[in-house]
Design a protein around this ligand. Structure first.
Ligand code: ADP
Length: 243
């Protein structure tokens, strides 16, 4: 469904991604793990052109494009088919929960207001927030704001949801509610690529794990093999810090 090959990205002289590949099948839940600074977030952002890679190719469904050559239309089409969940929620503070979820439905998908409202309400219901649909972000906890962020991503019914460290801005007591929403949508068959530091969560929910370091994938395996029998020295060191 999503195939990404040979992604390179530089910021000035700093080569942050040095040829990263990723293959995602429908229904996959892929956790991207690795130490801070290894390029995980940048890689995820390259997938839907929040950053433009300097080299590499992306195929999503019937769209195939070289990253450097992607047209505006390709980028819009890729964004239409991907939901992105940000570390810091990225909600519009002047809009209510439901208005935030409706935004991409109206702006990107050009749905009517009535339809957008109906779909947004369903999405808020999925994340357990239908009773707070008219709350502003400032009236919601961090966990609730992130659940609105997830509702906004799933509402457009994307081929794949990309989550960038969705719990790393949260107070520890709020992490669980967000992880259980992600677990729920994963169980429903949503295709997910998640950058996370929640190792136990990755172990439980992901079917595949990609381990990055220094802008490269150094190990990739199905989840049970990855955790029970890691091969790479760096992976073993990384996991030993958590186990
Ligand atoms: P990770 O998600 O694994 O922590 P990142 O992708 O956030 O890694 O960052 C990888 C490297 O890229 C870091 O050295 C970071 O400073 C650098 N970097 C990320 N975004 C930018 C940017 N917009 N401009 C310059 N450097 C950046």
């Amino acid at each position: 469904m999503l195939n990404v090959s040979n992604i390179h990205k530089r910021f000035g002289n700093n080569e942050v991604l040095k040829g990263v590949d990723l293959h995602v099948e429908k229904g996959d839940v892929i956790a991207i793990l690795g130490p801070s600074g290894s390029g995980k977030t940048t890689f995820l952002r390259c997938l839907n052109f929040l950053e433009r890679a300097d080299e590499g190719e992306i195929t999503l469904g019937d769209i195939t494009t070289k990253c450097t050559k992607a047209s505006k239309k390709d980028i819009i089409n890729i964004r239409k088919r991907t939901g992105f969940v940000f570390q810091n929620y990225n909600l519009i503070i002047t809009k209510t929960a439901i208005q935030n979820v409706m935004e991409p439905l109206l702006v990107v998908q050009k749905k009517s207001k009535e339809e957008a409202k109906r779909i947004a309400m369903e999405a808020l219901d999925k994340v357990g927030l239908s009773n707070r649909y008219d709350f502003y972000p400032s009236q919601l906890s961090g966990g609730q704001q992130q659940r609105v962020g997830i509702a906004r991503a799933i509402a457009v019914n994307p081929d794949v949801i990309l989550l960038d460290e969705p719990t790393s801005s949260l107070d520890p007591e709020l992490v669980g509610e967000v992880l259980s929403v992600i677990k729920k949508i994963a169980k429903e068959g949503t295709t997910i690529v998640i950058v996370t530091h929640e190792i136990a969560f990755a172990k439980e929910v992901a079917n595949r794990v990609v381990f990055m370091e220094g802008g490269k994938v150094v190990e990739e395996n199905n989840s049970s093999e990855f955790f029970s029998n890691p091969q790479n020295k760096r992976t073993i060191e990384f996991l030993n810090r958590f186990l």
